[in-house]
Design a protein around this ligand. Structure first.
Ligand SMILES: NC(=O)c1ccc[n+]([C@@H]2O[C@H](COP(=O)([O-])OP(=O)(O)OC[C@H]3O[C@@H](n4cnc5c(N)ncnc54)[C@H](OP(=O)(O)O)[C@@H]3O)[C@@H](O)[C@H]2O)c1
Length: 247
């Protein structure tokens, strides 16, 4: 069982990229990190790396598109703790960036399964453990692409990225987060985007073929900031590492 004073966090998609960096940073703070990975081998390698650096880390096989996998993840976490302080819904998929004229419902559905239904599946399953914590927080990892204000700004590169699935999935995730925040005031639900929206910067990861201008550490600043919020922190906000992001 996890020490009752030790803060615990579940991070989805934590085997690489921003999820892994968030796991590394929170592990360094002495938190118990439940490192979610849909592939057990990749997750094991990531967890071993953090454990070698002294982190208290538990590998949790977790595919956010599978009810069965999510239920298994909750069972495993329950073997270690009877409460969960923080859930970071980080796992995300870009889809194939298909032009709107060519997009099919099937293609969009696959992206929603990870980016929209995934966070709902995981949040719903972990609610009882979150509710058992004193100051539970849920961090949703969204995108500037999920903001109507950003996508309709011609100065923003994303305004010229013609696709349906990814941006609309993150817009849906933003609304879902607000609805959770309104309905469950005892849990803080907030949204982080890893980039610097005003400066049109994003973080270099596999998802963007490492074309981003920010490091993964900079990319996780907003995620970490929301994860470590105190009891008087906000709920229902959308931020990047520089501050609030327009909806
Ligand atoms: N990089 C940026 O600047 C940026 C900007 C805006 C938003 N984001 C968001 O940040 C989050 C992390 O992305 P990243 O940049 O770190 O990309 P990444 O390096 O490609 O990492 C994505 C992670 O999500 C996991 N994942 C995908 N589908 C999954 C599923 N069904 N179940 C569980 N895990 C799954 C991946 O696992 P596998 O290794 O098994 O594929 C991987 O661990 C995403 O939600 C993304 O949309 C990133």
């Amino acid at each position: 069982m996890t020490d009752s004073e030790q803060t615990s966090v579940v991070i989805t998609g934590a085997n690489k990229g921003l999820g892994f960096e968030a796991a590394r940073r929170l592990g360094k703070q002495g938190w118990t990190v439940f490192l979610g990975s849909r592939d057990e081998g990749r997750g094991r390698a990531a967890a071993d790396k953090l454990a070698a650096g002294g982190a208290d880390v538990v590998l949790v096989p977790l595919d956010v598109t599978s009810d069965e996998s999510v239920a298994g993840a909750v069972r495993l976490v329950r073997e270690h703790t009877d409460r969960l302080d923080v859930l970071i819904n980080n796992a995300g998929a870009p889809g194939n960036i298909v032009a709107p004229a060519d997009a099919t419902a099937e293609e969009v559905h696959a992206v929603y399964d990870t980016n929209v239904y995934g966070p709902i599946r995981v949040t719903h399953a972990f609610l009882p453990l979150l509710r058992a914590a004193r100051h539970p927080r849920v961090v949703m990892v969204s995108s500037g692409g999920g903001s109507f204000a950003v996508v309709t700004d011609p100065q923003q590169p994303v305004s010229k990225m013609h696709e349906l699935a990814y941006s609309s999935s993150k817009a849906a995730l933003n609304m879902i987060t607000i609805r959770y925040a309104q309905a469950l005031p005892e849990i803080k639900f907030n949204i982080a985007t890893p980039g610097e929206v005003a400066n049109r910067k994003f973080a270099a990861t596999d998802m963007n073929h490492h074309t981003g201008q920010l490091t993964v550490t900079e990319g996780t600043d907003s995620i970490i900031g929301l994860a470590i919020l105190g009891p008087d922190g906000p709920t229902g906000v959308f931020v990047d590492r520089l501050g609030p992001v327009a909806w």
